[in-house]
Design a protein around this ligand. Structure first.
Ligand code: NDP
Length: 257
């Protein structure tokens, strides 16, 4: 299986679930990235113990404090990453952090939940891309690869089939209004990013990881986190300009908007 060959990768929400597994599997690739910036809200806290254990064994893994709902935390993180990269660019930004309110039906959802979820799931990825854009552009300029790719410069937004308007009737037995609306916004953001950042050589794709056994997905889910992340990591190296501005699942199959 081909592996992504990005030199520098940054992930959000990497202390547990899909984010943590992405870090583990990236570290385990035959040619791991020179830099993996694993960001999370509380790198010193008990929920980041596994990440700290990994960082103590892998010098290419750097933990960075980052709450995607806090714009000044994003600015601070850019400075740290820039310092480590020492003039080089960032190839791959994976916007993975997300929140979900399982009980949010049209009867129960309120403005606070809508805004909180939108802030993390849609505004966060938008601010992340804006803030890291200079480093992504730098990576695109440094690359000798033709076309768009994750090895060169890419923004991967971890979205969900639940954000697909066309697919909504199939899963509407779980209304999760705030989550769906925020991820539909993330899907739109991905299309706008692709249309804007493509010129600078940056690929922009939304990926659905499947229904995954994590704190968010619950133990009833279809896929283990290992299977989902193996799938996601095998999709990354095949992405090119024809995929930019689309939503694909963990097996690389297109999902309608
Ligand atoms: P988990 O709930 O297991 O983990 C969520 C991660 O996001 C945690 O690391 C959490 O950190 C982090 N996070 C939440 N809010 C913020 C924030 N404001 N700033 C930084 N980090 C934050 O979820 P999954 O691993 O299952 O989900 C990962 C992504 O995959 C999400 O975007 C989700 O929507 C998507 N997805 C998941 C599916 C599933 O079945 N699991 C299905 C479809 C999509 P902390 O520990 O600090 O709370």
């Amino acid at each position: 299986m081909a592996a992504v060959r990005a030199r520098a990768v940054l992930l959000t929400g990497s202390n547990r679930g899909i984010g943590l597994e992405l870090v583990k599997q990236l570290l385990g690739t035959p040619r791991p990235p020179a830099w993996i910036f694993a960001t999370c809200r509380d790198p010193e806290g008990p929920r980041a113990q596994e990440l700290r254990d990994l960082a103590s064994k892998h010098p290419n893994l750097v933990l960075v404090k980052l709450d995607v709902a806090n714009p000044s935390a994003i600015t601070d993180a850019v400075k740290i990453v820039e310092g480590k990269l020492n003039g080089a660019g960032l190839n791959l930004l994976i916007n993975n952090a997300g929140i979900y309110t399982p009980t949010a039906s049209l009867e129960t959802v309120d403005s606070e939940d809508m805004i909180r979820t939108y802030k993390t799931n849609a505004v966060g990825p938008m601010l992340m891309a804006q803030a890291f854009l200079p480093l992504l552009k730098k990576a695109a300029r440094e690359s000798t690869e033709k076309g768009l790719s994750c090895n060169k410069a890419a923004i991967i937004n971890i979205s969900t089939i639940m954000g697909s308007i066309e697919k909504t009737p199939e899963s509407f037995f779980k209304p999760v209004i705030s989550y769906r609306c925020s991820k539909a916004a993330l899907n739109m953001l991905t299309k706008c990013q692709a249309l804007t950042y493509g010129e600078a050589g940056i690929l922009c794709v939304a990926l659905h990881p499947g229904w995954v056994k994590t704190d968010m997905g619950s133990q009833e889910a279809d896929l283990t986190v290992d299977t989902s992340v193996r799938g996601l990591l095998s999709v990354l190296p095949i992405l090119s300009e024809k995929h930019s501005g689309t939503l694909l699942n963990w097996e690389g199959k297109a999902i309608p908007w």
